[in-house]
Write a protein that binds this ligand. Structure first.
Ligand code: SF4
Ligand code: SF4
Length: 292
């Protein structure tokens, strides 16, 4: 079973929930930090990490001596990553999406496959948990191609171990968020009940609903904000899987990099209950569920 913990905006407590859920999970588990622009799950789970492996994307390189200036590649590239100015061909590797089309249409073999660094992938162990994280190269504009490579590594480990997986997704509803939920069996949306939280939660729900995956909500800082999100969930029949109270001890634990499921017995119970409700959601949708 693959569970993705997502949120419509940053700062809802998505990573806090992911870390706590991981620590109460009672079956073999792989945790994946797919929030590659700002991975921080390791700050809570403290994994022992191996050496980073660089991830690359194929981009064209020009052999100017072979180029006849026919312009086929310029015409083909839909991303304006190649231009022709005064008969001089210029490549913009940072705008390239790596489709390889320009290389395929160049009859002179003037374009060859080069590569652009996307980021670094690291694997390790946090106690019994397999840990995987990706860190996007600073300045890299496109995270989904890199995320796909992190997910490939995740699938490889899955093939070998048949674990459950919990993914910490990037916040928001754009391509990186969709890339992180697309393979999930269950989506857990973390939000708070403030007007901003409710607004972005609705965006996330509307974006992910067409995927047809079981989805539930964790309301963080419960007690703050309005009742709008509760009314909305009731109207749309969205299950509220857990409520995490607005409590100073949680903020203090977070600021010290502690997993909040361990702050008190009550909070531990909240996350054990969340675990079981996620399993129920998956089972209701026909997914085979692993137990300890
Ligand atoms: S398709 Fe090849 S030969 Fe034509 S402009 Fe592009 S690089 Fe040059
Ligand atoms: S590989 Fe695709 S996106 Fe990149 S420059 Fe060539 S045609 Fe454009």
């Amino acid at each position: 079973m693959i569970i993705t913990v997502a949120s419509g905006k940053g700062g809802t407590g998505k990573t806090t929930v992911t870390a706590s859920l991981a620590t109460v999970w009672d079956a073999p588990l792989q945790v994946v930090d797919l929030d590659v622009e700002e991975p921080n799950l390791h700050l809570f789970l403290w994994p022992e990490l191996g050496s980073p492996a660089k991830a690359w994307m194929e981009v064209p390189e020009l052999d100017a001596e072979k180029c006849t200036g026919c312009g086929n590649c310029v015409e083909l590239c839909q991303f304006k990553a190649i231009s022709m100015m005064l008969s001089t061909l210029t490549l913009y590797p940072d705008m390239c999406h790596g489709c390889g089309g320009c290389i395929a249409v160049c009859r002179e073999n003037a374009l060859q496959a080069g590569r652009r660094e996307l980021g670094e992938i690291r694997q390790g162990r946090a106690g019994k948990i397999d840990f995987l994280m990706g860190t996007l190269r600073i300045g890299e504009a496109m995270s989904p191609p890199f995320m796909e490579q992190v997910k490939k590594q995740m699938q490889q480990t899955l093939l070998e171990t048949n674990q459950d997986v919990i993914i910490d997704a990037p916040p928001g509803v754009s391509c990186p968020a969709i890339c992180s939920v697309i393979d999930s069996d269950v989506i857990v949306l973390v939000t708070d009940a403030t007007p901003f939280g409710f607004h972005d939660f609705k965006l996330a729900w509307e974006s992910f609903s067409p995927l047809g995956k079981p989805m539930g909500v964790v309301i963080n800082r419960a007690g703050l904000g309005t009742r709008d999100i509760y009314d909305f969930c009731k109207k749309k029949n969205i299950p509220i899987l857990a409520e995490i109270p607005f409590d100073r001890s949680i903020a203090e634990a977070y600021s010290r990099g502690r997993v909040i499921a361990g702050v008190s017995d009550e909070l531990g119970t909240v996350f054990v209950s969340l675990r079981e409700k996620i399993r129920d959601l998956a089972a209701d949708s026909g997914k085979e569920v692993s137990h300890a």
